[in-house]
Ligand binder design. Structure first.
Ligand SMILES: O=P(O)(O)OC[C@H]1O[C@](O)(COP(=O)(O)O)[C@@H](O)[C@@H]1O
Ligand SMILES: [Mg+2]
Ligand SMILES: [Mg+2]
Length: 333
């Protein structure tokens, strides 16, 4: 069977007029960085890269060594790419400008370099999430304001999943496509065309330890799921929570389900737990492109007008019918 690589896939996308040459090359650079992160993640204790870095990030969270390494790999690889006006990262407070003497381009790149950091030291899947926005070069140097575009403006979004195999899942606005890293060949092979989220599901994902903090619509929804066959839903539901958003979303893209990190009393003052620009928006674009839905419970995530680079939001995403049901409960309540 002829194997199609990410490079060939992207060339086809460009030929079909779906992406520019610059966006193609930008995604190639991100994919190269992801391969380097994958090598580091898989070395684990052998490379002495587990554990705390001894620093806090902009969110006030303790950084793991791998958070720092993944961030550096992405920044360095993409600085040289020539297709970016600027970058923004979960691990960096301010906009990261491209050095003045490097070539620049008309795109903005945002990323969560290492998602699911709490899983690094226990050898459970982690990931990288990224989002690409456009920047009008005529408008001058990119500022924080340049990044504050709604998710509907994303030119591309994707994630890498460092699990038993390393995957790259990507959308450029025409479906969701999965690639598996062939470690020996060093290339991403196109393995899963047009991933779709089944409309119906029997699986849900939520950190149940936060139950006492949830709002009434989420309490009601989860309680109905837990009642199973004997409740209003008339069927049993299964629960899964990896605590790496990438892994939980990948499961949903593979076999359906609903993922919730809803508003609760513990995270209300921050606006939610997950970050809008480099967690919620890219995942929302992927899920919508795969036929699913993504809301805060009250609004479509991709329609939100961002106010800050590191803004947090509630996230409810996955199989359409389930997301619509939780959203309806929010409207009723
Ligand atoms: O520890 P909790 O409350 O279960 O939260 C898990 C969530 O936090 C995250 O780990 C946040 O991501 P980071 O590791 O990038 O901060 C998500 O991937 C995951 O869904
Ligand atoms: Mg994250
Ligand atoms: Mg992270």
């Amino acid at each position: 069977m002829r194997r199609v690589t990410l490079t060939q896939f992207l060339i086809e996308q460009q030929r079909a007029g779906r992406i520019t040459a610059d966006l193609r090359l930008l995604i190639e650079v991100v994919a190269r960085a992801v391969k380097a992160i994958s090598v580091n993640v898989s070395k684990g204790a052998l490379a002495g890269i587990l554990g705390e870095a001894g620093t806090d990030n902009v969110q006030g969270e303790a950084q793991k060594k791998l958070d720092v390494i993944a961030n550096e790999i992405l920044l360095q690889a993409n600085e040289w790419g020539g297709h970016l006006a600027a970058m923004a990262s979960e691990e960096v407070e301010e906009v990261h400008h491209i050095p003045f003497d490097y070539p620049k381009g008309g795109y903005l790149l945002l990323f969560d370099p290492l998602d699911g950091s709490s899983n690094i030291d226990v050898n459970v899947s982690v990931g990288t999430i990224f989002s690409v926005l456009r920047h009008d070069k005529e408008a001058g140097e990119a500022t924080e304001q340049s990044f504050l575009q709604p998710g509907t403006s994303q030119a591309a979004a994707g994630y890498a999943l460092y699990g038993p195999s390393t995957l790259l899942v990507l959308t450029v606005g025409s479906g969701v496509h999965g690639f598996t890293l062939d470690r020996e060949m060093g290339s991403f092979v196109y393995t899963t065309p047009f991933m779709t989220v089944p409309e119906e599901t029997q699986e849900y994902a939520i950190n149940a330890s936060n139950q006492r903090f949830w709002e009434p619509p989420v309490q009601r929804y989860v309680e109905e799921l837990q009642q199973g066959k004997t409740g209003p839903r008339g069927k049993d539901f299964n629960m899964r929570w990896v605590a790496s958003m990438v892994a939980d979303v990948h499961r949903i893209l593979t076999r359906g389900g609903i993922f919730m990190y809803p508003m609760d009393e513990k995270c209300r003052d921050k606006g939610g737990k997950l970050r809008l620009m480099y967690e919620a928006n890219p995942m929302a674009m992927l899920i919508e492109q795969a036929g699913g839905a993504a809301t805060t419970g009250r609004k479509r995530i991709m329609a939100l007008q961002p106010e800050r680079l590191h803004q947090r939001v509630p996230v409810i995403l996955g199989s359409k019918q389930e997301v619509e049901r939780v959203t309806a409960y929010h409207q009723e309540g």
